[in-house]
Design a protein around this ligand. Structure first.
Ligand code: GLU
Length: 495
C-alpha cells in the first residue's frame, strides 16, 4: 500500500475493454471495486480500456454503459484510454531512456527455433535485445517500424514478486517472462503499457480484477518499477464457472453470462448485485440477503475466496427456449423473490407497469396499483407478472381445461349450480372485498356446499386456472362486468 492516505482513501477502477457485452463476471468486478471504494471512503473510477481498435465496438460500449446504468451504483471519475495515448507513449519513452526497454525491428516471431525460456517459451528475438543504442536510434530515425519491448532481467535468477490481497505471495522467475511488448509495431500501446501508465497517472491504489489477470501482474510490476512507481496493491477475484467447472462464456453458455439477460428477465438490480456478491465472497456476518448499505458496511477483501465460484444453472448451451429455472441460479431467483417482497407497493408497481405495457396490454397506473399487491408474493422475476396475472390483462382468457371448473368432491352439476348462483348474487353485490366475501359464503351455504366448492369454479372461470391470487381481491380488480362475462363463458363448458 502506498501511504496512509491511500489506505484511508483508496482509488480503485473498473477497466472494461469494449469488445463484447457486459459479462456477469465483469459486473461482479465492478461491484467489488465499488464496494471497496464505498466501504473505505474512496474513489470509484470507470476507465474504458478502448485501445484495441480492431476489437472495440460501439455496441459493446453501449452494452457496458447500459448494464452499469441498470446496476445504478455510479462512479466518481470516468476516463477513456484511447484519449490518453500521449501519456502511455511518455511512459514507454521513459522506460526506453532508462535502457529498460529496447526496439525490436523484427517484431513478428514464429516457430519453435525461437523458444528459449526455461519452460521452452519464447523469450525474445535473437539479435534485437543486444542492438547498440546508436544502431537502434539510427534505424528508428530512418523510419523502420519496430515494437518496443520490455528488457526483462535475464540470467540472474531474479524473481518478480507481489503480494496479492486474495491469493497471497506470488513469485515468478523473470527468466520465464518473455520480453513483452510495450508498443506495437504500429506505434500503439499494448494493454500492459496503457493499463500501467493509466493506473500510475490516476493514482490507483488498489487493482481489483479477475483472476485471469494474475499472470499479467508480473509484467505490470516490472513496468511500474521500471517507470519509477510503487506498484498498487493487487487483489484478484476468483473466476465464475459453470457447474461443470468451465469458465463462463457466451459461446458455451449462452445468454446466462450477459447482464442484460438478468435485467430483461426482471431481476431487480439490488438482488442481482446481492447474488453476484455471494459468488466468491463470504460475508463475515454469514447473511445472504443484504441491502446495498449492509453490503457496503460488511464488504472486505479478506472475505474473498480463492476457489472458483460456481454459478448454478442447467447447462443449456445457447438455446433460446430456456426457462428461468434453466438459466438462473436458484439462489439468484430466491434473492430476487425476497427483494421483490421488500419493495414498497408503489415502487414495485412502477417497475411492473412498463413490463405489462411493453407486452402490448393496456394498463392504467391505478389498476396496476391494485394488481401489484396480488402478485407481489407470487413472482420471482418481474416479468413473471405476465404469466401470474395474465387474466387481468387479456380480454379473452386462453382456453383452459373445463375439468378445472369442477370443485373437489363435486361434479360438473355442482360447478354449474355454483356458477349460476354466483351470477345472480354477484349481479347485485358491491365489488368490494367484504361484500363479495359475505355474499359468496352465504350462497355456498344456501346451496349446501362448502365455501371452497363455491370459490373454485368462480376462480377458474375468471382466472383460467386454480392457482391464482386471493379470490375476492381478484374479483374486485376485475370488476363486475368482466367477472359476469367470464362466468357466462364458463357455463357452456360444463354442459
Ligand atoms: N481491460 C482489461 C479487461 O477488460 C482490464 C483488466 C484490468 O483490470 O487491468 O480485462
Amino acid at each position: 500500500m502506498n501511504s496512509t492516505s491511500t489506505l484511508r482513501h483508496p482509488r480503485v477502477r473498473f477497466a472494461p475493454s469494449p469488445t463484447g457485452f457486459l459479462h456477469v463476471g465483469s459486473a461482479r468486478t465492478f461491484i467489488f471495486n465499488w464496494l471497496y471504494a464505498r466501504h473505505n471512503g474512496g474513489t470509484m473510477i470507470l476507465r474504458l480500456d478502448d485501445t484495441d481498435v480492431e476489437r472495440n465496438t460501439d455496441a459493446s460500449v453501449q452494452s457496458i454503459f447500459e448494464g452499469l446504468k441498470w446496476l445504478n451504483l455510479g462512479w466518481d471519475e470516468e476516463y477513456k484510454q484511447s484519449e490518453r495515448g500521449a501519456l502511455h507513449r511518455q511512459m514507454a519513452e521513459a522506460i526506453l531512456q532508462k535502457g529498460l526497454a529496447y526496439r525490436d525491428f523484427t517484431p513478428a516471431h514464429t516457430g519453435d527455433s525461437e523458444k528459449s525460456g526455461a519452460q521452452g517459451t519464447w523469450l525474445f528475438n535473437p539479435g534485437m535485445r543486444e542492438l547498440s543504442r546508436e544502431e537502434s536510434d539510427r534505424r528508428a530515425a530512418a523510419g523502420e517500424p519496430f515494437a518496443l519491448r520490455f528488457r526483462v532481467p535475464r540470467g540472474a535468477g531474479q524473481a518478480v514478486r507481489f503480494n496479492d490481497g486474495v491469493y497471497g505471495e506470488q513469485a515468478k522467475q523473470a527468466d520465464d517472462i518473455e520480453d513483452f511488448a510495450l508498443l506495437r509495431s504500429d506505434g500503439n500501446p499494448t494493454y500492459h503499457l496503457a493499463s500501467c501508465a493509466d493506473d500510475a497517472d490516476l493514482a490507483i491504489s488498489h487493482i481489483i480484477r479477475g483472476q485471469d489477470h494474475l499472470n499479467n501482474t508480473f509484467k505490470h510490476v516490472l513496468i511500474f518499477e521500471a517507470a519509477g512507481f510503487k506498484p498498487p496493491q493487487f487483489a484478484h477475484l476468483p473466476l465464475l464457472v459453470a457447474p461443470d467447472g468451465t469458465k463462463l462464456s457466451k459461446r458455451r453458455h449462452g445468454p446466462v453470462v450477459s447482464v442484460t439477460t438478468y435485467r430483461d428477465a426482471g431481476f431487480l438490480p439490488q438482488a442481482f448485485i446481492n447474488f453476484l456478491c455471494l459468488l466468491g465472497w463470504s460475508p463475515k456476518n454469514d447473511r445472504e440477503q443484504m441491502s446495498r448499505d449492509e453490503l457496503v458496511q460488511v464488504f472486505s477483501l479478506e472475505g474473498i475466496n480463492r476457489a472458483n465460484a460456481v454459478v448454478n444453472f442447467k447447462d443449456v448451451g445457447t438455446t433460446t427456449a430456456a426457462t428461468p429455472d434453466d438459466i438462473f441460479d436458484p439462489k439468484a431467483l430466491w434473492l430476487n423473490a425476497e427483494t421483490i417482497r421488500t419493495l414498497p407497493i408503489d415502487d414495485l408497481c412502477s417497475r411492473l407497469l412498463p413490463i405489462v405495457r411493453g407486452a402490448g396490454f393496456t394498463m392504467t397506473p391505478a389498476k396496476m396499483l391494485q394488481i401489484t399487491p396480488l402478485v407481489r408474493e407470487r413472482i420471482r422475476l418481474l416479468r413473471e407478472v405476465l404469466t401470474v396475472a395474465d387474466f387481468f390483462f387479456v380480454d379473452q382468457l386462453a382456453p383452459y381445461d373445463p375439468a378445472e371448473l369442477v370443485p373437489q368432491k363435486g361434479d360438473a352439476a355442482m360447478a354449474r349450480r355454483a356458477l349460476e348462483r354466483a351470477k345472480e348474487v354477484l349481479s347485485t353485490t358491491e365489488f368490494k372485498h367484504d361484500p363479495l366475501d359475505h355474499s359468496l359464503r352465504a350462497a355456498a351455504q344456501e346451496l349446501g356446499i362448502k365455501a371452497g366448492q363455491m370459490f373454485q369454479p368462480i376462480r377458474v372461470a375468471v382466472c383460467g386456472r386454480k392457482n391464482a391470487p386471493p379470490l375476492f381481491e381478484t374479483l374486485e380488480v376485475l370488476g363486475k362486468e368482466t367477472t359476469l362475462a367470464r362466468i357466462d363463458q364458463a357455463l357452456p363448458k360444463l354442459a
